[in-house]
Write a protein that binds this ligand. Structure first.
Ligand code: FMN
Length: 157
């Protein structure tokens, strides 16, 4: 199975999650990882299983990931298994009523990513998932890399 992990990252946290996923598939020779700025449509459509991960920015995915996915031709992900993830701040820890309200209304990056992947024909094999950073620039909360690996491994079952 050809696995491709595509990600965007400003401060390196989403990249760390993407790298942990890559490592967790070490028995599979055909795992590739690409930052969104390097991805080509061809490499996406050659994958059997495609992970897409983004930091949550303004309640959604990064402009680079969203515009890339939106520009993909219709049905270009037909038959490709997909899974979307993000990194995000734990809103409960911030304890800000306005932000909590906004997050409830607008959410995070993984869900809109999942929707974009579906729209292009992708077949989600995992529920979209978010991994927590302790602050804007990180680090990731303890245990999140392990949780990411457990989440991703379920795509192989
Ligand atoms: C401009 C900006 C907007 C952000 N918006 C959100 C947000 O809406 N929800 C959230 O949970 N985190 C938000 N964050 C925190 C990011 O999710 C966090 O910086 C990111 O997970 C770190 O991942 P990275 O190191 O891969 O860039 C924002 C951060 C910045 C700088």
């Amino acid at each position: 199975m050809k696995i491709l992990i595509v990600y965007d990252s400003y401060f390196g946290n989403t990249e760390q999650v993407a790298l942990a996923l890559k490592k967790s598939f070490k028995d599979d020779d055909s795992v590739d990882i690409q930052r969104i700025s390097q991805v080509t449509t061809d490499s996406l459509t050659r994958a059997d299983l495609l992970f897409v991960g983004s930091p949550t920015r303004k309640f959604s995915a990064t402009p680079a990931i969203k515009s890339f996915l939106k520009k993909l031709p219709e049905k270009s992900l037909d038959g490709i298994k997909t899974a979307a993830f993000d990194t995000r701040i734990d809103i409960l820890e911030i304890n800000n009523r306005f932000l909590t309200f906004m997050v409830k209304l607008f959410g995070y990056a993984a869900e809109p990513l999942d929707a974009l992947l579906r729209k292009k024909g992708g077949k989600p094999v995992l529920p979209p998932e978010g991994f927590i950073v302790k602050d804007t620039e990180g680090p990731l909360k303890e245990g999140e890399l392990d949780r990411a690996v457990s989440w991703a491994q379920q795509a192989l079952r």
